[in-house]
Design a protein around this ligand. Structure first.
Ligand code: SF4
Length: 583
């Protein structure tokens, strides 16, 4: 059985290299299986390794993975990063006239696949000494759809444009006014119309270092489509956007695909992935170790398959249990004990005015909060948390509050274990294990990625003793799998403790999975916002969707929510019946 050995070079401590060599039974028998590489860290020879697992168990940093791959999966990788680095098997294929989606966990090679297809990364077909030539790639994919793609690429018939994943890093490499940045890349002479469609006219005179995450995302999408290309790649285009903006950019990206143009998208918001793409590849494997690209499926089928955790064609189970959506009944549960109430509260923050009508939160309530960016959701959460005081009205809170802010302080020298002392001592099985935090214990907070930091912040918030848990955008930076496991975790903990929670988020599937009630924020971003609710799910969603002019149905197989195609029979029927959220 083919074996792969991967060493996380950031985490492995070179002081342990000699220890690993001394422990390895193959080395001890006189054959060099573990050796010391140029960076003083270990290199593992996969051919001589017998897979005993001693180095894996004895490495204090838990940075070594040794895996046996099933024969049918262990074809030659399309790319590997260094001798003991991540392996990517197979590639997704762009198709003209279609939007192709990529669905999978973080660290499974989605961005690597996009970089190989867009020519930013030269694939090496597993030979770390040598980059593959265009002819090598054509031969590698002989008889498959990717062969035609690489033939076209070699013939110069394909020009690609790429929107990177981490738009928050753009100001570090690009400077100047937004309009100057966009003018420089406008090869299509389409700047005026693109800027209008993406609603970024008002920020053209702002410096790129001075705009919000949502604005940066839209500027990055604009820059990508202004380039003259016939294959466009978008890596996580919905991050930092509110739901209204997500729907708009979905339509915008969909409309790019025509017989001369192919589009490929990586996306973790399943409702948006479903809405934006025609066909999808699932990617599975082990994070940071290897990733495999599945055959292509219709997006509906791909998402349902992903939720089921089992790929029938590949005969591959990649999750123990399926993720199931339960149809919520219309029946009202008897309200639990009152925990927090507010009466006509109002606050002014600079030029922004916030009002919240009367509302109550009861024990066991898990309440989702929906609304556009800049409409006062975070400010409202801070009023309830007692972080800020209202100018009028009153908040009656006789309970303790635990608060997870939207932006997490990253500038800390503390380690994860130091920050999570309470969670580690009291909740190792209920929080630390499901959030997979143990491998991060020795890492410093300032060294964590966005997704790792988010999981630490969620664990810290839920490890506090409180009656009300307020969480601002807990799904940000998390992949699909993590979003759904976090939503289950929050719901289970709230009910088990007889507490309540308010969750601000823009991922509607995440909120649908988690919430029983909704608060809806209406108004004009940056000018005024009014909070309504908590309302029953259907009432809250109807109010919210009316503003977006979209309707939702449940998928008959997975029961997940899906957006109806605009003006389809179901869309018209549901609008006529005033039942925008499931018919
Ligand atoms: Fe050596 Fe392989 Fe065993 Fe590690 S798993 S100790 S590399 S034989």
């Amino acid at each position: 059985m083919p074996r792969i050995a991967v060493v996380d070079r950031e985490r492995f401590n070179p002081e342990n290299s000699q220890l690993m060599m001394d422990l390895c039974p193959v080395n001890r028998a006189g054959t060099e299986c573990i050796s010391i590489a140029e960076d003083k860290k270990i290199a593992i020879d996969e051919k001589t390794c017998i897979g005993c697992g001693i180095c894996v168990n004895r490495d204090p940093a838990k940075s070594i993975t040794i895996l046996n791959l099933p024969d049918e999966l262990a074809s030659q990788p399309i790319h590997r990063y260094g001798q003991n680095g991540f392996h990517l098997y197979n590639l997704p294929v762009p198709q003209f006239g279609k939007v192709v989606g990529l669905l999978g966990r973080n660290g499974i090679g989605k961005s690597t696949a996009l970089k190989v297809l867009s020519g930013q990364l030269s694939a090496n077909l597993g030979d770390v000494e040598k980059e593959a030539t265009p002819d090598d790639l054509i031969a590698f994919f002989k008889g498959k759809e990717a062969q035609a793609f690489f033939e076209q690429l070699k013939a110069g018939n394909i020009t690609v444009s790429y929107k990177p994943q981490q738009v928050d890093l753009i100001p570090k490499s690009v400077s100047g006014l937004v309009k100057d940045v966009l003018m420089k890349v406008d090869e299509r002479g389409a700047m005026d119309s693109v800027v209008k469609e993406l609603e970024i006219e008002n920020i053209l005179d702002n410096d790129i270092s001075n705009i919000s995450g949502g604005e940066l995302q839209r500027v990055a999408i604009a820059a990508c489509v202004l380039k003259k290309a016939n294959v466009y790649f978008f890596d996580e285009p919905s991050s930092f956007l509110d739901i209204k903006q997500r729907i708009k950019i979905s339509k915008f990206i969909r409309n790019l695909a025509d017989e001369h143009t192919a589009v490929m998208v990586v996306e973790h918001d399943l409702i948006i992935l479903d809405y934006m793409t025609d066909i999808t590849h699932i990617m599975y494997g082990k994070e940071g170790v290897y990733g495999i690209v599945s055959s292509v499926k219709t997006t509906r089928n791909a998402i349902n398959t992903y939720l089921s955790g089992y790929l029938r064609e590949e005969n591959m189970r990649f999750r123990d249990k399926p993720i199931q959506f339960i149809e919520k009944t219309e029946e009202r549960k008897a309200a639990g004990e009152l925990q927090v109430s507010w009466k006509g509260i109002g606050a002014t923050l600079g030029k922004f005015k916030l009002d919240a009508k009367d509302g109550e939160i009861h024990k066991d309530d898990v309440i989702g909060i929906l609304g556009e960016n800049g409409i006062g959701k975070t400010s409202f959460v801070k009023l309830l948390a007692g972080v800020d005081k209202p100018e009028k009205g009153e908040v009656d809170e006789n309970i303790t509050v635990s608060y997870k802010p939207q932006y997490i302080d990253t500038d800390s020298e503390l380690t994860v274990a130091e920050v999570l002392v309470d969670a580690i001592s009291k909740y190792s099985t209920t929080l630390i294990a499901p959030l997979q935090l143990e491998p991060l214990f020795e890492r410093k907070i300032k060294e964590l990625s966005g997704g790792e930091l988010q999981r630490v912040a969620i664990a810290r918030c839920l490890s506090q003793k409180a009656g009300l848990y307020l969480m601002d955008e807990p799904s940000a930076y998390l992949d699909v799998e993590q979003r759904l496991s976090v939503s289950k975790l929050i719901g289970d903990i709230i009910r088990e403790r007889g507490a309540s929670s308010l969750i601000v988020d823009h991922d509607l599937l995440f909120l649908d999975y988690l919430s029983e009630k909704l608060m809806v924020f209406e108004g004009k971003p940056a000018i005024n916002g009014t909070a309504v609710g908590p309302l029953e799910m259907a009432e809250g969603m109807n109010m919210f969707l009316d503003d977006l002019k979209i309707t939702f149905r449940r998928d008959p197989d997975s029961h997940r929510p899906r957006i109806n195609k605009e003006d389809s029979v179901k869309d018209r029927e549901q609008k006529k019946a005033g039942k925008l959220y499931y018919s």
